[in-house]
Unconditional design. Structure first.
Length: 328
């Protein structure tokens, strides 16, 4: 399918994409409860024509959905929710939600009146999310009409104004205001692709892992701020590595592991046996990074300026090492 280009980043020049198929590996064949009317091939075909890139379900979204709602024979380390903290509220935000497939999986974990999910994308994509998530929003919040469990808001990557608007509405952290509390998870599925969006994405992750979205005190896990979950399919290493080289300066990250009890399997990196090189990372903000000055320009941010409290260029090699291990 060829889609005409305009200034919208969801319609890059000469865009040619087709609906995706969730059944592309052994693990993804376990994908269950896929709503074909909203996320199947025909629905994607129509959404791509209207919303461009955002209308397609990208492959790493299936991996994230499987992690969020695994079949009984799969075990993940770490799981998306720490069993020891089940009494705590879950407050998640998803960036670049697109069709809403991942959000629909997250919604099934939420406890109305206690947990919350913020679903975000560009303003022009929010109507697609409203359409695809309308029924699940209604079912999740049916018994608590005055307190939304799932909300959809615009958030352009890198926009301090959009982040501030969300913070003002949901994260005031005032004793006199019934807000969402503290952000516990940031969900990112297949967002590392266009070079011009890498720095804005990182900037948004830094915004959302800072007050008022979170407190700077240590959590029981020993980390500051929310857990950042990123599912990622390698497409163009030469273009995408810059993100990971800068991301690792501000965040510690490592791959999620999986074990298939149905075949007596051993722990391995989730995505290791997918047809394409795919990772699912969990990350946490480096505590010392809260003292660093965030550079103003995107080029400086990707070059490592400001990290480690210094103004010279640098990079982190965590991703390179993980990639080498994955290819061996």
């Amino acid at each position: 399918m060829t889609v005409s280009a305009d200034s919208n980043p969801n319609f890059p020049q000469n865009l040619q994409i087709h609906p995706s198929n969730p059944h592309s590996s052994r693990y993804l064949n376990a994908a269950h409860d896929l709503d074909e009317a909203k996320f199947g091939s025909e629905a994607q075909e129509l959404a791509i024509r209207k919303y461009g890139i955002a209308g397609r379900v990208w492959e790493a979204a299936y991996a994230m959905s499987l992690y969020i709602q695994p079949p009984g024979h799969l075990m993940f380390d770490p799981p998306i929710v720490d069993v020891s903290r089940q009494a705590d509220s879950i407050v998640m935000i998803e960036l670049g939600s697109g069709t809403g497939l991942v959000a629909s999986s997250i919604a099934k974990l939420l406890r109305p009146g206690q947990d919350h999910l913020l679903v975000t994308d560009l303003p022009e994509v929010c109507p697609l999310l409203e359409d695809n998530l309308r029924s699940i929003k209604k079912s999740v919040g049916a018994n608590i009409p005055d307190k939304d469990t799932i909300v959809i808001r615009p958030l352009s990557w890198g926009s301090q104004d959009d982040a501030a608007a969300i913070a003002s509405e949901f994260f005031r952290q005032s004793k006199n205001y019934d807000d969402f509390g503290t952000l516990t998870h940031i969900i990112c599925s297949d967002l590392v692709y266009f070079p011009e969006l890498l720095a804005p994405l990182l900037r948004s992750l830094l915004h959302l892992t800072s007050p008022p979205f979170c407190h700077l005190s240590d959590t029981p896990s020993g980390y500051c701020g929310p857990s950042v979950l990123i599912s990622y399919k390698v497409r163009s290493l030469s273009k995408e590595t810059a993100f990971w080289s800068a991301f690792g300066l501000w965040f510690e990250f490592y791959p999620v592991l999986v074990k298939d009890n149905a075949i007596g399997g051993e722990w391995q990196r989730f995505g290791a046996d997918f047809d394409d090189t795919t990772f699912l990372f969990i990350a946490h903000r480096r505590p010392e990074s809260y003292k660093w000055v965030l550079p103003f320009t995107d080029s400086d941010l990707l070059a490592g300026v400001g990290s480690n409290g210094t103004n010279y260029r640098k990079y982190d090699d965590t991703f390179e090492n993980l990639l080498l291990m994955a290819l061996e």
